[in-house]
Write a protein that binds this ligand. Structure first.
Ligand code: ADP
Length: 419
């Protein structure tokens, strides 16, 4: 029986989908996770269940101390664990991406440097050190710009700024977000880069011995102009002309090659305008949230099953069903405490809608980007054409009502009488 060490994440959407796929394939899962290192021991959990995923060297040491028996692969369920998974695979001599390649594409600054060195279309970018006054950079900037945290995902810590004042506000806010989310925040600093206008697309792919297989190219039909960049719709197949789709594939494949990525899932985001294709991100992971489920029909198996099969060398010819599919990551309209929702049956009854999954838990504090990186849930659709899938998702979304209340009741303070 094949054995896979699976790095599960406490905030992960897909722990269960990976476990179900492993069960189906008869793969033994050796679990590891990032539960709180203070609470986990008191719950009787082993140190392997309380790893700091963002400190891969240290976390890898503890895993290697604890595991016994042969493993066939190490996988992470999402973005949070990919660096650690690569580090472990390398140290155990298992197939996978080199750890340095995964680290480099995960760091937005290192990735920009790579694109620039290799002469890809790349926005002008600047590294703003921790503590450095952003006003000093204003003379060299061309507004609008985008301020970004270095290693976060899901548009967390990404803000557009149109002038010097907005830049200072954005930098302060992104610094605060990064220091809450990343233990190395102080050493990292931020990136400020030119805003690239254009339409946005995403490519989901699988690397096999260095060759990229595109599983889907998605249109992101909602304009993403900022100042915050909440993702909503992904629709496939893309409505881009075939030749342009081929160019996108070739370009992502080239970026993977120069970055040193050779195996496993790839998720890339790009903007396209008159100047060409601008790669925003190439990540050594699969699409986030529950979005991967949108591909189950066209792949003929779940994306998690495909990833597990690839990892343990049980590849499978990929089906390629006709038709279009789409997913909406249900946006968080405002910060607050989620209490519940209405309209699920009505949303589900929209023709072409195949599922509505509300993942927010009552009592959970939720926030839209740039602070939060989770969604209220996901709506899935399958239709004859991308336009129909898109319309179905929008219609279903309009039928949902979410009860989100402010965290602190606003109490009018009594007026202070002046003497
Ligand atoms: P994350 O890894 O958090 O998703 P990205 O760098 O992909 O971070 O940025 C998130 C979103 O912000 C992108 O999908 C895009 O819509 C927007 N964005 C990021 N950088 C730029 C840019 N230079 N110009 C225009 N939009 C951008």
């Amino acid at each position: 029986m094949k054995r896979v060490l699976l790095l599960q994440s406490t905030t992960g959407y897909r722990n269960n989908d990976f476990l179900a796929a492993a069960n189906k394939l008869g793969i033994e899962i050796v679990p590891a996770a990032n539960y709180c290192h203070q609470l986990a021991p008191s719950w009787g959990m082993r140190p392997i269940m309380a790893l700091h995923f963002d400190q891969p060297e240290r976390a890898a040491d503890s895993v290697l101390r604890e595991i016994n028996g042969k493993l066939d692969a190490v996988l992470a369920v999402d973005d949070t664990g990919v660096e650690l998974a690569a580090q472990l695979a390398e140290r155990l001599g298992l197939p996978g991406n080199p750890a340095h390649a995964v680290r480099r594409v995960h760091d937005k600054l290192a990735f920009r440097r790579l694109l620039q060195e290799r002469e890809f279309l790349c926005p002008r970018f600047h590294h703003l050190q921790a503590g450095e006054d952003p006003r000093n950079r204003v003379p060299e900037l061309k507004f609008p710009v985008v301020v970004k945290a270095r290693r976060l995902s899901g548009s967390r810590g990404v803000i557009r700024a149109d002038d010097a004042e907005a830049l200072v506000r954005a930098v302060n806010r992104v610094r605060a977000i990064q220091s809450r989310a990343d233990r190395d925040a102080h050493a990292l600093g931020l990136i400020i880069e030119d805003f690239i206008p254009g339409r946005e697309f995403a490519l989901e792919g699988m690397l096999e011995q260095g060759t990229l297989n595109t599983l889907a190219l998605f249109d992101k039909p909602d304009p993403l102009n900022g100042p915050y960049f909440e993702e909503t719709l992904y629709v496939t197949p893309s409505r881009l002309p075939g030749a342009l789709q081929d160019r996108v594939h070739q370009m992502v494949a080239r970026v993977c090659r120069i970055a040193g990525l050779v195996a496993g899932p790839v998720h890339a985001e790009m903007r396209i305008n008159d100047q060409g294709i601008w790669i925003l991100e190439v990540a050594a992971r699969s699409i986030g949230g529950l979005c991967g489920r949108v591909l189950t029909h066209s792949l003929g198996i779940s994306l998690e099953e495909l990833i597990l099969r690839q990892a343990v060398a049980k590849p499978l010819g990929i089906a390629n069903a006709d038709g279009a599919a789409g997913v909406m990551m249900i946006p968080v309209p405002k910060r607050g405490i989620y209490h519940g929702h209405e309209g699920q049956a009505a949303a589900q009854s929209v023709p072409a809608v195949t599922g509505v999954s509300i993942t927010a838990e009552p009592g959970q504090i939720i926030a839209p980007p740039p602070d939060g990186a989770s969604y209220l849930g996901f709506i899935f659709a399958r239709a004859a054409s991308p336009a129909e899938a898109e319309t179905a998702l929008r219609t279903a979304h309009r039928r949902l009502r979410f009860d989100i209340r402010s965290e602190f009741p606003v109490v009018e303070a009594p007026a202070i009488e002046k003497p």
